[in-house]
Design a protein. Structure first.
Length: 340
């Protein structure tokens, strides 16, 4: 397996590319039994293989009113919110912001690939252009200069929208504004296939998207031979004052017809789900993991990884390579912009 422009923790730049060619022996899409996962999570994962059969594309489904029971840590209460407001730890100090001009930014054309090559290009934050199985897939696309309640992005988008090929599919991890960006999604044709967490299809259908597939954890759908599996994450969802945890959150495992696999974690803290994902989807060639918005730890550790935890997560997944994301684009918390 060869790789172009290898990305490892701490070395990615917006516009950087990682290309993974077909292995000599394609990874089989097999599974192994799970035996040591926490009992509290057992109701949210099939205990044994095989993987779920792909569900119909665009299927209309009914979901629980809330997904609060999927939380792996309690959401902050009034006491924690009061402490957060009192300490004001929402942005780095002057020294932490001084390195913004040093943030790496390396725009480049998308690599030319064929259907046997997997290539990923980082546009910034959690937005990737993934070329897999002949498809072009966008993850959590945010091409906007700013998002609600957050200062403007501190680095430009790594890939110009005009430079994108036809987008064959979009995957969304959850509904927070820095991952579900309405102005960017309005740029897409309304018949673009979109894969979303349970409970989020209505948001897209109200905006006239016609091919929306929503999945629960461990469920899958298939598009032109590429498998899209929705997997758990340690996070939560909220978009308005009244919809906390009304839709699900998670990551995606994309598997090409030849068995090559990319894991996109979305937004997540560190925890037991990574080892379970690694066991159910062995042979992950590349994992895209968040390492930003993690300080102060007492406030954010349950929902965001720091760099050391992201490395542990990659090890738990059994991934051959890791590329970091969710840093160097929006200032969302108190760590220095170059601390990664």
């Amino acid at each position: 397996m060869t790789q172009q422009s290898t990305s490892t923790a701490g070395s990615s730049a917006a516009g950087s590319r990682t290309t993974v060619r077909e292995p000599d022996a394609p990874t089989a899409a097999t599974t192994v039994p799970e035996t040591d996962a926490p009992a509290a999570a057992s109701s949210f994962a099939p205990p044994f293989p095989p993987l779920a059969e792909p569900r119909p594309l665009g299927e209309r489904r009914f979901w629980p009113r809330t997904f609060h029971d999927r939380l792996t840590a309690p959401l902050p209460g009034l006491k924690a919110m009061a402490r957060f407001a009192r300490e004001g730890s929402v942005r780095p100090g002057r020294e932490g912001l001084a390195d913004i001009p040093r943030l790496p930014f390396e725009p480049a054309p998308l690599p030319r690939v064929d259907a046997r090559t997997v290539a990923v290009s980082w546009a910034g934050h959690a937005s990737w252009v993934i070329r897999i199985g002949g498809l072009t897939v966008l993850t959590d696309p945010v091409w906007s200069r700013r998002i609600l309640g957050t200062p403007a992005r501190i680095t430009p988008v790594g890939i110009a929208w005009s430079a994108l090929p036809r987008v064959d599919a979009v995957v969304i991890s959850h509904n927070h504004y820095d991952h579900l960006d309405a102005p960017t999604l309005r740029r897409l044709p309304r018949d673009t296939p979109v894969f979303v967490p349970a409970g989020l299809a209505g948001w897209f259908r109200r905006r006239r998207f016609t091919q929306v597939t929503e999945l629960d954890w461990w469920e899958a759908a298939e598009l032109n031979g590429v498998r899209f599996d929705f997997v758990p994450a340690h996070h939560w969802s909220k978009r308005t004052l009244t919809d906390t945890c009304r839709s699900l959150w998670g990551g995606w495992v994309l598997t090409a017809p030849d068995g090559q696999r990319v894991h996109f974690a979305g937004d997540t803290g560190y925890g037991h789900w990574f080892s379970r994902i690694g066991r159910r989807y062995p042979g992950i060639d590349l994992t895209l993991l968040p390492i930003g918005a993690y300080d102060p730890r007492w406030w954010l550790s349950d929902v965001h990884c720091d760099p050391e935890e992201a490395v542990r997560a990659a090890q738990d997944l059994g991934a051959r390579r890791m590329a970091p994301m969710h840093w160097g684009t929006f200032v969302l918390s108190a760590e220095p912009v170059l601390e990664r």
